[in-house]
Design a protein around this ligand. Structure first.
Ligand SMILES: Nc1nc2c(ncn2[C@@H]2O[C@H](COP(=O)(O)OP(=O)(O)OP(=O)(O)O)[C@@H](O)[C@H]2O)c(=O)[nH]1
Ligand SMILES: [Mg+2]
Length: 247
């Protein structure tokens, strides 16, 4: 009799906690933001297990646990190879436009990034987790915090912003010297090629002294994040490079 009462109580506590947990998971889905999914995924796993351990008894645990784990696995996108890509460059270079273009989203309503954006893009059977960090001078001091475990650096340059070529070159060379980016392949997007005033990628490569980069793979790709031209070529280089590197 007592056993049945305890089981009923345990069951209703479990249902309530399951309802709350489901709401969290739905909220994560609703936001559809990579950072929420990636960062909060670990937290949900921990918190979910704590809830489960305290509320679920006996045979009930296996089904629920399996269900929860499969949702968590989906949230974390754990199938396929994951690649961490950091997208850097001066403010107004076109990083966020590029990120949105990669995710096939509207590129007409973009405002300067005050912090960062992150999106997961599927490509070549891999999951590319692309981190777009704001490029305004005051935000650049935080770039270093995002470099750990980076597989590829994408550096975006506004090819028409000649006045700031030197500044962008200095920022890039500082990044190249970063310990966390040692040997990390770099793709430079010479963006805004649709503008008549833009410099060709070859000229930018020369100005940046890319030929002196001997400790890593690098590539410069002319592109327009607005029209999408050249963007896929750059991503193909990344995917082929990563696949070759990790094989
Ligand atoms: N013509 C042209 N304009 C572009 C291109 N890419 C981006 N832009 C424009 O450049 C401006 C800045 O683009 P963003 O994507 O916000 O630049 P960002 O590098 O993310 O800038 P921050 O967030 O401040 O670091 C916007 O007005 C874009 O529409 C391009 O390929 N061609
Ligand atoms: Mg931005």
């Amino acid at each position: 009799m007592n056993g049945a009462l305890i089981n009923t109580r345990a069951l209703s506590a479990m249902r309530e906690k399951r309802r709350i947990l489901t709401e969290w998971l739905c909220e994560l889905h609703r936001r559809k933001s990579g950072i929420q999914e990636l960062d909060v995924g670990g937290w949900v796993e921990q918190e979910g297990m704590r809830v489960l351990n305290s509320a679920v008894r006996g045979a009930l645990i296996s089904n629920w646990k399996e269900g929860l784990l499969s949702v968590i696995e989906k949230l974390k996108g754990s199938t396929g190879q994951e690649v961490r890509i950091v997208l850097l460059g001066l403010d107004n270079a076109g990083k966020t436009t590029l990120l949105k273009s990669l995710a096939s989203e509207d590129v007409n309503t973009i405002t300067p990034t005050q912090g960062f954006n992150v999106k997961s893009v599927a490509s070549h059977g891999m999951k590319l987790n692309v981190w777009d960090i704001g490029g305004q001078r005051k935000i650049r001091t935080f770039w270093k915090k995002y470099l750990e475990n980076t597989d590829v650096l994408i550096y975006v340059i506004d090819s028409a912003d000649k006045k700031r070529f030197e500044e962008t070159g200095l920022e890039l060379s500082e990044l190249i010297d970063e310990e966390n980016l040692k040997g990390v392949p770099v793709l430079i997007f010479a963006n805004k090629q649709d503008l008549a005033t833009s410099s060709p990628a070859s000229e930018i490569a020369e100005g940046l002294n890319l030929h002196t980069y001997r400790d890593r793979e690098w590539q410069i790709q002319a592109c327009s994040a607005v029209s999408g031209e050249g963007v896929q070529d750059g991503m193909n280089w990344i995917c082929n490079n990563i696949v070759n590197k990790k094989k």
